[in-house]
Design a protein around this ligand. Structure first.
Ligand code: PYC
Length: 324
């Protein structure tokens, strides 16, 4: 290490507006094993890495990080762990599309089908062009339908609980009009709903926290079936239609018999960008969503963490200024 400290090499992209920072060099040493085991070690022993990459002054709230790692599955071209401003994501749909486009930009993969190993399982990625990829997600399902919760300042809110690679509470009729002028009000409503779910101990399977809230309404584009707003665990909103959120939606549509296998669903985001989505049923009768979207490279470079920098591990808003 010199006065520049450790160097972290990255490529930034956006997938339908939602940013992904792919770490291609300079991540922590996580030993051998599966991506799930490396994920557990990263969370337990090296969380300063996540904070320094995502939080200000090197990152920002909306950014999702993707740490590339050696996969344990021989069929996978890479292992990947996704993380955000407050923690880690089991899977990330927009992020997986961003990783595929980034690997192609770096000359590491050709167009065509590939597999990525994630902490929640293997996903299939079909790189359709330099700026477009389709991901086949892990099996997704609806856990419960029409769950009603009393929310402070809003009243009763009813939604479905579904797994799309992360846990979602899906509210069919948004309590606030779905306009990008209303991001503050939408975020406030979603935050209150998440608080009410926690208060009433309404969870995903095995007591898992429902950390994503998703609102739906009528789309603006005639080419879309629905518009959404997705509130992410750290308080940011998803600029894209959210890959795992769209997967959770497909699981609900399939459970309600409203979308057949192979039929297309176009999900519009709060900023008007779109994912094309469909699903198939696998041999064990599980819903396997496919999400197609575009990603573009925005920048690449090197993050520096100088040893003397009091904010080399990111700024914890609400915490006292660190002293050396
Ligand atoms: O695309 O799955 C997604 C996602 C999750 C959180 C932000 N984006």
């Amino acid at each position: 290490m010199n006065s520049s400290g450790c160097e972290i090499h990255y490529v930034d992209s956006h997938t339908e507006g939602e940013p992904t920072r792919v770490i291609i060099q300079g991540g922590p040493e996580l030993g051998d094993g599966t991506i799930r085991q490396k994920f557990d070690r990263l969370r337990k022993d090296s969380d300063t890495f996540r904070r320094s990459v995502i939080k200000e002054p090197r990152g920002y709230e909306a950014l999702v990080g993707a740490l590339l790692l050696e996969p344990s599955e021989s069929s996978a071209v890479t292992g990947v762990i996704f993380f955000n401003n407050i923690g880690y994501l089991g899977m990330c749909g927009h992020g997986a599309i961003g990783v595929a486009v980034t690997l192609h930009h770096l000359g590491r993969i050709e167009l065509g089908k590939h597999r990525f190993e994630t902490p929640v399982g293997l996903i299939e990625v079909d790189l359709l062009g330099p700026h477009e990829a389709a991901i086949e997600n892990v099996p997704c399902f609806r856990l419960e339908s029409r769950v009603t919760v009393e929310v402070e300042g809003i009243g009763k809110v009813t939604g479905d609980i579904a797994w799309g690679g992360n846990w979602f509470f899906l509210v069919e009729n948004s309590p606030v009009p779905l306009s990008s002028n209303n991001i503050g009000r939408l975020s406030d409503a979603a935050g209150r709903i998440r608080k009410a779910l926690n208060r009433d101990r309404i969870t995903g399977a095995d007591g898992a926290e429902i950390d994503h809230i998703e609102f739906f309404g009528k789309p603006i584009s005639p080419q879309a079936n629905s518009r959404n707003f997705v509130y992410c665990p750290g308080g940011a909103f998803d600029r894209s239609p959210c890959g795992t959120g769209t997967s959770a939606k497909l699981a609900c549509l399939a459970a309600d018999g409203k979308l057949r296998p192979g039929e297309q669903w176009v999900q519009e985001s709060i900023i008007g960008s779109r994912f094309k989505a469909s699903y198939r049923i696998d041999h064990s009768n599980q819903v396997i969503p496919k999400i197609t979207g575009r990603a573009f490279i925005c920048s690449k470079g090197v993050l520096l963490r100088q040893p003397a920098d009091p904010f080399k591990n990111g700024i914890e808003i609400g915490e006292a200024t660190p002293r050396s």
